[in-house]
Design a protein around this ligand. Structure first.
Ligand SMILES: [Zn+2]
Length: 257
């Protein structure tokens, strides 16, 4: 990894912490067999459609992708109004190396992918990205896809597309992950950019999130200081953090109101 990438990621990790779950993921979401054989590098990149589902998701590599996508969905459920969850998995061993959920109410930078990347750095350092795959419930936005390119994380799998997310009233920059990756082609060559894995499930998740963000009928009318907004502190706190989140000497995260 070149110094530019290291500096970028190092600075980002220092500035934004985010909240990642400990890797004790819900048992119901864990695959029966966590480890998996060699990945399917190069299976689907630039030729894949902008949206769509994965052919043959019940067997083979599709089953592997679904297994890890369920873990990303489990992360997403921690923030029902903004259900963007992500996990980073070792390509060879299938070990879940990091995880995260969107805490954008705390910082505009803390999309699920960025939180998972920060969690990865805390646990494993700024190295080894090329041996990993990131699974995320929503197609990475241009910010997150750029961060993945800077990290040289070359395998990215998502569920709902940017268009599908936008259809649930979540604003999106109109650049697909593939378009961002193509714009980074001078230094970034992805092995796998795959969308639509379990999108039927995540689309429902985003639809439900829209309902949760809808102002209630008795919401205070707009006025000075009376604007109803779904943007509030995420309130998502790490629980039972492993030492990697709280190294000796690190002051505890202050409680939020
Ligand atoms: Zn993003």
């Amino acid at each position: 990894m070149d110094s530019c990438r290291r500096q970028f990621l190092g600075r980002t990790a220092a500035v934004v912490a985010g909240v990642a779950a400990p890797l004790a993921l819900p048992g119901s979401a864990l695959p029966a067999s966590h480890a998996d054989p060699a990945p399917d590098a190069g299976a689907d990149t630039a030729t894949a459609p902008r949206t769509g589902t994965v052919a043959g998701t019940s067997t083979g590599t599709g089953a592997r992708h679904e297994r890890f996508m369920w873990l990303a969905i489990a992360q997403a459920r921690r923030n029902p109004e903004w259900p963007f969850g992500a996990v980073i998995v070792h390509n060879r061993t299938g070990e879940v190396l990091a995880s995260g959920v969107n805490t954008g109410a705390d910082s505009p930078l803390l999309h699920g992918e960025v939180v998972a990347m920060n969690d990865y750095v805390r646990r494993h350092g700024n190295q080894g990205w090329a041996d990993t795959t990131l699974y995320t419930t929503g197609e990475p936005c241009s910010m997150c896809m750029s961060a993945l390119a800077w990290a040289n994380l070359r395998r990215v799998v998502w569920a709902s597309s940017i268009d599908e997310i936008r259809s649930t009233d979540i604003i999106q920059i109109d650049l697909t992950a593939r378009e961002v990756a193509a714009a980074a082609r001078s230094f970034y060559t992805p092995d796998l950019l795959l969308g639509g894995v379990l999108a039927n499930h995540t689309n429902r998740l985003f639809e439900e999130a829209r309902r949760l963000r809808t102002p209630p009928a008795n919401a205070p009318s707009a006025g000075p200081g009376r604007h109803w907004t779904p943007y509030r502190s995420s309130g998502i706190r790490p629980a039972g953090l492993s030492p990697v989140h709280s190294p000796p000497g690190t002051p505890p995260r202050p409680p939020r109101p």
